[in-house]
Design a protein around this ligand. Structure first.
Ligand code: NAP
Length: 218
């Protein structure tokens, strides 16, 4: 069983890579720089910078002959904490590229490798901030990026009506990481344990869940 975790140097991605390795799975996990904590999990660490096309090409090439059971697209960027949408295009660009374009492109590039695997699972780590129904204002750049991620996830899911494919988005909860901050309500371990239970249920392709196994409103 091979899981590939994108964005695993810290936070939720590190927790996911560690938990998957601890249950005996082979894990290939990405980091932009040195990632000693990740290497210590037993995962194979491979470089990937989502804001660099050449880096993405090298990563895709690295996996070109690999059958991937589970691909987890976790890397994400909040952008400025006090964002109101007036920020410069460069700020928008980094958030939209990291949270929307890059994970969707990677899924589109790697789907043949996932279809060659036994599990056929692609997980997009999304957010409750992706939900239009739950939107209460604030963080327009980040919300737009995650709503776009969910929209692209649905489009890719509907483009691949392959029996057995489980391609879905999941909200990890409000998690105590650099992004979630110390006031967040759950630990990485709680989030990861909940999400792995959802992964193992093999949600229908094109769906949107939270870490507690509840379907999320779009
Ligand atoms: N924490 C929460 O409460 C929460 C809630 C809802 C959704 N989420 C989502 O959950 C995912 C993980 O969040 P987190 O809380 O663990 O965030 P985090 O602690 O800020 O970690 C973000 C991860 O993404 C990587 N990353 C960011 N930009 C990248 C880029 N351009 N190329 C490659 N890797 C990049 C980071 O690598 P570096 O170490 O190199 O920066 C790091 O490994 C994100 O998609 C986030 O939007 C989090």
């Amino acid at each position: 069983m091979l899981s590939v975790v994108v964005g695993a140097s810290r936070g939720i991605g590190l927790g996911l890579a560690a938990a998957l390795a601890a249950r005996g799975e082979q894990v290939i996990a990405t980091a932009r720089g040195a990632a000693p904590e990740l290497a210590a999990t037993g995962a194979e660490v491979t470089p990937l910078e989502l804001l660099n096309q050449a880096s993405i090409e090298r990563f895709v090439d690295r996996l070109s002959a690999t059958a991937i059971d589970r691909l987890v697209l976790n890397a994400g960027l909040l952008g400025p904490r006090d964002q109101d949408g007036s920020q410069a295009l460069e700020v928008w660009q980094d958030v939209l590229m990291t949270n929307t374009a890059a994970p969707l492109m990677l899924a589109a590039r790697l789907i043949p490798r996932v279809l060659a695997g036994g599990l056929k699972q692609i997980v997009f780590i999304s957010s409750d901030n992706a939900s239009l129904e739950l939107c209460e204002g604030d963080k327009p750049i980040y919300r737009a990026s995650k709503a776009g991620l969910n929209c692209g996830m649905r489009a890719i899911a509907l483009s691949y009506p392959v029996p057995g494919l489980s391609l879905f988005a999941i909200h990890p909860g409000w998690v105590q990481t650099d992004m979630g901050g110390p006031g967040a309500t759950i630990t990485v371990a709680q989030s990861v344990a909940g999400m792995l239970t959802v992964f193992d249920r093999r949600p229908p392709t094109g769906s949107y869940w939270n870490w507690q196994g509840e379907e999320m409103p779009w």
